[in-house]
Design a binder for this molecule. Sequence first.
Ligand SMILES: C[S@@+](CC[C@H](N)C(=O)[O-])C[C@H]1O[C@@H](n2cnc3c(N)ncnc32)[C@H](O)[C@@H]1O
Length: 278
Amino acid sequence: MAAGRMPETAGSGGPRAGRVFDARVAHPARVYDYWLGGKDNFEADRIAGEATIAAYPAIRASARANRAFLARSVRYLAAQQGIRQFLDIGTGLPTANNTHEVAQAVAPECRIVYVDNDPLVLSHARALLTSSPEGVTAYLDADLRDTYEILERAAGILDFAQPVAIMLLAILHYIPDLDAARRIVARLTGAVAPGSYLAISHAASDISPEEMAEMIRRMNEHLAEGNHVGRPRHVVAQFFDGLDLVEPGVVKVTEWHPASAVEAEGPTSLWGGVARKP
Ligand SMILES: C[S@@+](CC[C@H](N)C(=O)[O-])C[C@H]1O[C@@H](n2cnc3c(N)ncnc32)[C@H](O)[C@@H]1O
């Protein structure tokens, strides 16, 4: 592998480090599923879920607000910007309003590539592969840090000469090294055509800062990799450098194109934004 193409996992146990299925250790996808009221979680995830809820009781509502941001941003991209290809990295366990369902409800020909590194998400992938007959959904078992591998494999399904929406929702906060996270985002946005979009939601360190710091500390106590990190709004905004932010910019996810004033004022611990590659 050429020097410029080293995966971010190099030197940290190698690609796929920490991916062995172990129900005794909490994992982000399953704790998130617990917060959302799902059933695809184990005792360790429920213990982590309860410990984090005790530190930051609004985390459940915040997880739901993140799913609502996913639905609004995908609908905006498909309906208002004509995007027909989505690369959704950090998919999570199937739940309501998965990316392909929202996108294909607008345009059945949409093509979606899902990527996640959790073996349990892989085992549920069939539920994500229920494409409309006109479109395509595919699932890649891969790590965000192996960005070039993701791009190479996704190119078998997506046409990178045409615009692609890159969805990084509630995943970059599992890349604690900020420079590594920036390199990953730059590689992804560098690979897509002009007119492509980047959507990000990210745990905040400057919304309810004390509760969030304790929530993240408890989360890391329970996670196998212990790699959860919050970031302030201005740092999240820097992930969009070089791109044109869609109004209203980087805001609380509840405030991004809210469906109602009630939604805009709901609890959240995440910054979110969407931007276009010029
Ligand atoms: C909190 S969930 C977010 C799910 C969905 N994107 C959403 O916003 O509703 C984070 C997801 O990212 C996945 N994830 C975390 N680190 C990852 C990595 N390095 N590579 C691939 N997936 C990762 C987890 O397995 C989990 O499914």
